[in-house]
Design a protein. Structure first.
Length: 377
């Protein structure tokens, strides 16, 4: 159903005295989402590092985006499709990885609910390594929509390779490696309640189901949950260096995307190392207090204007290629870090309300109503 059809349906129902069951704005939805979540989950989802000013800056930055529609283009048939990593996607949107999305659903299976949302909308889900349900079960809900697996690279290389190979075997279409989380950020909301879900044994299904991880335990995870947490703490958080990149590239033939890239010089290094894409992100402001928004990764190797393309962007994010030192476009996933109980709860409960958003405060060429890039006047 198109949004125009849905709008007409709402108005026609109003003639019979029927009003919508669900809120029409995020501001109305947020208190309902907060009420539906336990306080521990709510603080983990919504909390940021330090005074959370990076989160506020992300929201402000995103609010500066805008569109200048073009008229007389006959936009009855719109095509937002993009070609990415050898796939044809119906729009330039992704659902961003959220490590505790499984806990956000009332049935405790938010990972599966989000995967079903991906299947219904065609918007690919980037599934976190920290899920309630094993990655094989998450993939099983994707239908024909491709999914990507987000890896927190453990210090144990054999385990890292096992997780990646499991994702390949399950049917994921790409690997997203998070670079900026080798230690958790200083998040006052969680610290005030002494709450960290993984230390309570939550969202570790991909580890407890992995044969390499299980081989590190003296007893089965079911018999000794405390040992699971202790082993996870020991292996989680690997401060990767550029010397690790050839190894990461070697362990999979799937597209490899590095998440957390914020500086244009790093974009150049990534491209020259054979990585397939970058994920421009400051981790929703949850890692470093006062971290600036990611730099806009525009032609960093060239002076002057340089060529750019814009694949389109709407409320929930966008993709755009970035040119670096070689004559090839490097796909860039832009993430704004605009995260709240609303977006996380909606991702676990609704087919249309979650995804990545862009961080930049600099305005970009808007989409025309024909689906082609427009220009600022």
């Amino acid at each position: 159903m198109a949004y125009g059809d849905y709008q007409d349906e709402i108005y026609m129902d109003g003639l019979r005295g029927v009003v919508p069951r669900f809120p029409m704005t995020y501001d109305e939805l947020e208190p309902l989402a907060q009420a539906a979540m336990p306080s521990s989950v709510r603080s983990y989802v919504a909390g940021g590092a330090g005074d959370e000013r990076t989160q506020r800056a992300n929201v402000t930055a995103f609010e500066r985006w805008g569109l200048v529609p073009r008229m007389m283009v006959g936009a009855t048939d719109r095509d937002l499709a993009v070609d990415l990593f050898g796939m044809r996607l119906p729009s330039p949107l992704f659902m961003a990885p959220v490590g505790v999305i499984g806990l956000c659903a009332q049935d405790g299976h938010g990972d599966l609910a989000t995967a079903r949302a991906a299947a219904r909308t065609g918007v690919p889900m980037i599934a976190s390594a920290l899920t309630v349900d094993p990655l094989e079960q998450v993939v099983g809900e994707f239908g024909g929509t491709p999914g990507f697996f987000q890896l927190y690279t453990p210090t144990d290389r054999e385990l890292a390779e096992s997780l990646v190979h499991s994702a390949e075997k399950a049917g994921f279409k790409g690997i997203v490696v998070t670079l900026d989380t080798w230690i958790t950020g200083w998040r006052p909301r969680d610290l005030a309640t002494s709450n960290f879900p993984q230390l309570r044994g939550n969202c570790l299904a991909n580890y407890t189901s992995d044969p390499v991880f299980r081989s590190r335990l003296a007893h089965s995870p079911e018999d000794d949950p405390a040992a699971v947490v202790a082993e996870w703490v020991k292996i989680f958080g690997n401060p990767l260096t550029w010397d690790d990149l050839p190894w990461l590239r070697s362990i999979t033939d799937l597209p490899l995307i590095l998440k957390g890239i914020c500086h244009p010089d790093d974009v150049r290094l990534v491209k020259d190392a054979g990585v397939d894409g970058v994920y421009c992100s400051n981790h929703v402001g949850r890692r470093t207090p006062g971290q600036r928004r990611p730099a806009r990764p525009r032609c960093p190797a060239r002076r002057g204007r340089g060529r750019r393309r814009h694949a389109g962007s709407v409320r929930l994010g966008g993709l755009r290629p970035v040119r670096t030192t070689r004559p090839r476009w490097l796909p860039c996933i832009c993430h704004s870090g605009c995260r709240s109980p609303v977006t996380s709860w909606a991702a676990a409960s609704s087919p249309t309300c979650a995804g990545p958003e862009s961080t930049t405060t600099q305005r970009r060429p808007p989409c025309s109503t024909s689906g082609r890039p427009g220009r600022w006047p």
